[in-house]
Structures are given as C-alpha cells and as structure tokens.
Design a protein around this ligand. Sequence first.
Ligand code: FAD
Ligand code: FES
Length: 179
Amino acid sequence: MTPVPYRVADRWRETGDTVTLRLEPLGRPIGEPRPGQFTMMYAFGIGEVPISVSRAVPIEQTVRAAGAVSRAIHGTRTGGVLGLRGPYGTGWDLDGARGRDLVFAGGVVCGPEIMMRLTAEALVARGVPAADVRLSLERNMRCGVAWCGHCQLGPLLLCRDGPVVAYETAAPLMAVKEL
Ligand SMILES: Cc1cc2nc3c(=O)[nH]c(=O)nc-3n(C[C@H](O)[C@H](O)[C@H](O)COP(=O)(O)OP(=O)(O)OC[C@H]3O[C@@H](n4cnc5c(N)ncnc54)[C@H](O)[C@@H]3O)c2cc1C
Ligand code: FES
C-alpha cells in the first residue's frame, strides 16, 4: 500500500488540460502493467487518484486536470516526484482478441455509464455477440485494493473486478438505477 516514488522523466501536453507523464522509479518499481490496468497516482500531501496506464515500459500515464489531485499531478514538472501503487484491476483480453476484428468506442461515449450501456446495446442490436463486448467502467476509487467499497457496482468492486468488465456481467447491474 506504500506508494513507490517515481520521478517525472518527461512530460508533454496532449490537449489544453491533459498531459502525458513518463515516469522512472526511484525505488523498487511496481510490476509491469497490462493494457487496461491502472495505478493509484499520489501527489504527495494532496491525494491519490486512479489513472490508467498509457504505456507499460517505460511507464507513461495521461492525466486530465479534473480536480485538486489530478490538477496537482498534471502540474508536476519534469524532475518532480509522484507516488505510484499498483498496477491494479483487470486488463483487456488480448489473447481472446488476437486475429479478430476489433471495434473501439470512445470519445463521446466515454461519458456516464448510461452512454456505455446504450453503446453496447447498439452494438449487440447490430449483430455483435454480447459475449464479445467489454466495457471499461470507472467509479470513484480510494484504496484500489478491494477494501473500502468506494468503487462498488452491486457485487463487483471495480478496482478488483474492473475496470474492464464483460458486458454480460455488467449489463444487468447497469440496468439497476443508482446502483
Ligand atoms: C480505473 C480508472 C482509470 C482512470 N484513468 C484515468 C486516466 O487515464 N486519465 C485521467 O485523466 N483520468 C482517469 N481517471 C479519472 C480520474 O481518476 C479522476 O479524474 C480523478 O479521480 C479526479 O480526482 P480529483 O481529486 O482530481 O478531482 P475530483 O474533485 O475528485 O473530481 C473532479 C471532477 O471529476 C469527476 N470525476 C471524478 N472521478 C471520476 C471518474 N472516475 N470518472 C468520471 N468523472 C470523475 C468528479 O465528479 C468531478 O466533477 C480514471 C478513473 C478510474 C476509476
Ligand atoms: S477502491 Fe476501495 S474497494 Fe475499490
């Protein structure tokens, strides 16, 4: 649970409020993340937030300044130090996807869960087998290790059972209002 200090080795702007940080460990590095996993990024003295991994080696993470913690991480300059825990969560099933056509839905459907549900429903209605649809679900997270319950979606704890969840598992849960 103790964050490993990482130095910002490089940073570049993606959009007006989003930067990518390349990070190098100052202690024993965290394990190599798989695509779809996230880390808990710690801005020392401010707080910790979950951020997906954009690249595993060297580790790169892309952060939008949304609130106090992500703003502090976003504002960390080259040479500055952040803390990392993880990697956490499920990843994308790359072996299952090998050799098959893939459709990624993002951007305007990255919005609230209802947008993801409607997008998945539209794919299924157009003939994509429900068993082949995966969602990347995000909820507020605190511990990242299935202790605190902040990320609960019915029986799932999304820090452990997500963020990548099979649509067939998520669909009945997402249909329940305010779950
Ligand atoms: C598994 C996971 C992966 C994530 N990956 C990334 C990433 O790669 N890059 C990135 O920039 N952000 C990512 N996020 C979102 C990021 O964690 C939040 O923006 C951050 O927690 C906001 O915290 P804050 O203290 O900066 O702002 P807060 O003051 O806590 O929030 C600022 C605003 O953002 C909203 N918000 C907070 N958390 C989320 C969320 N999970 N989804 C949508 N809106 C939210 C709040 O409702 C509020 O309106 C991810 C979240 C999860 C759960
Ligand atoms: S973030 Fe604490 S249980 Fe998932």
